[in-house]
Design a protein around this ligand. Structure first.
Ligand code: HEM
Length: 423
């Protein structure tokens, strides 16, 4: 049996921008919802989503083909000149094999154990003062301004600088790195782009590979205290060999795609929640220990990764719906996080919510976000610093109201024009 709900236009731009009503309809009426034109089943209920993430044998992460197909469709829509330029750039790239996000056990485990070395508890703890330094420095760049585009001034630059520092990107390459990292993140956006923009991004991706190879080689000769050094010199599990350039690039690329824009997005949505619920600002300023719950609630309310696919490997059934082998499912983290069966008053930020950390914005199971401790640290240090710097954060009424970008995978705010009073 397959559920069908006639009134949900999941891919309409207005639903992508504001999906929560559609999610509620789906959770209540068709929690495993078949989108016939894409042959995709969308999972929106918390319990069913968790069930799928835990059963990695049936729900495989080898969905590279799905992403490549989306890219192929985007390329096919371009003019012949753009297509041949894209082909030239693609052929010049080093092939980066799947390493974590789109692999299953046991291969996944080998890479994951190696990359775990970059996110140990002591490394995160030791990084706290550097992270705080980046946050304070970025806020001091506001100068006397009490009105700004918070995405440009804070939410975007902070995670980018932190990941660039941790990776060990030299100062002279920073400007290029910023541009290339932002372009890399857009790979998960799956939104159509003009031809010239596709070519510009493909060129940036190629140049980023060149930079990574140079740094990997430099760190093999002259190790530093950074992530690229660890990646370049670690041995891969049982194979007991160094990573290839392609493998290193694949891992670094995942940090940029999965790690940068997502954290920027969480910073943005958190600030928007503060502007829309001004009483939270005083509560957090007076009780900074509630920040942790606020961060989890932000991630729950506005999951930066709204959903990711899985490939069904064997005929199965979920929530009473038959899923044939070879079909794709889409895990909607953003919908599960507002499931009233799991979270009371799911559309409200509750600074005293018990088990707020059970939100699924970082996924669950073996692919649980490896960068979650870093992202949480940035957010937990960032919001108190902002609340110390200003008060009465509010939307700037003279500027366009904030609106999410229409994307099926990521949920981010391109701009957030705010005002505040100096403290
Ligand atoms: C608020 C910020 C972030 C959010 C919301 C987020 C979200 C996610 C989600 C939902 C997954 C699970 C993928 C799946 O189910 O298949 C994931 C995995 C991953 N994330 Fe994050 N992420 C964030 C920050 C970061 C950071 C800062 C990094 C690295 C610097 C990072 C690196 C990764 C990697 C490498 C994976 C793949 C792990 C694996 O497959 O084993 N993420 N992330």
């Amino acid at each position: 049996m397959s559920n069908s709900v006639p009134n949900v236009q999941l891919f309409a731009p207005e639903t992508l921008i504001e999906p929560y009503e559609a999610y509620q309809t789906l959770r209540d009426e068709a929690p495993v919802y078949h989108v016939p034109e894409l042959n995709l089943h969308v999972i929106t209920r918390y319990d069913l989503l968790r069930q799928a993430t835990m059963d990695t044998k049936t729900y495989s992460s080898k969905y590279d083909g799905f992403l490549q197909e989306s890219q192929r469709i985007a390329f096919a829509a371009a003019t012949p000149e753009v297509q041949s330029e894209l082909m030239r750039l693609t052929e010049a790239m080093i092939e980066a094999p799947p390493t974590m996000l789109t692999l299953d056990e046991p291969e996944h485990t080998q890479y994951r154990s190696l990359v775990n070395k970059l996110f140990t508890a002591s490394q995160i703890k030791n990084a706290a003062s550097t992270v705080q330094g980046v946050i304070d420095d970025t806020i001091s760049n506001f100068g006397d301004a009490t009105s700004l585009d918070y995405v440009d001034a804070f939410a975007g630059p902070v995670p980018l600088r932190i990941i660039a520092d941790r990776l060990g990107i030299p100062q002279q390459d920073r400007e290029f790195f910023d541009d290339a990292a932002s372009a890399a993140a857009s790979a998960l956006r799956l939104t159509p782009l003009p031809g010239e923009e596709m070519v510009r991004r493909a060129q940036l991706a190629l140049d980023l590979q060149t930079l990574c190879v140079r740094l990997i080689e430099e760190r093999r000769i002259d190790p530093q205290d950074d992530m690229i050094t660890i990646l370049a010199n670690s041995k891969l599990g049982e194979e007991d060999r160094q990573l290839t350039h392609g493998e290193c690039i694949s891992i670094l690329n995942q940090f940029l795609v999965a790690g940068h824009e997502t954290t920027a997005s969480a910073f943005s949505w958190g600030m928007l929640l503060l502007c829309k619920n001004p009483e939270l600002q005083d509560q957090l300023r007076e009780n900074p220990e509630l920040t942790k719950t606020f961060v989890e609630e932000t991630l729950r309310m506005e999951a930066p990764v709204q959903g990711l696919p899985r490939l069904v490997t064997q005929d199965t059934e979920l929530g009473g719906v038959a899923l044939p082998a070879g079909s794709m499912v889409m895990l909607r983290y953003g919908a599960a996080n507002r499931d009233g069966r799991q979270f009371a008053e799911p559309d409200t930020v509750d600074l005293h919510r018990k088990r707020a950390g059970a939100q699924l914005a970082f996924g669950s199971g073996v692919h649980f976000c490896i960068g979650a401790p870093l992202a949480r640290q940035e957010l937990n240090l960032g919001f108190p610093a902002l609340l110390r710097h200003g008060k009465n954060f509010r939307l700037n009424p003279e500027k366009p109201a904030p609106a999410a970008e229409a994307s099926f995978i990521l949920r981010n705010l391109p701009h957030l024009h705010i005002e505040f009073d100096a403290v």
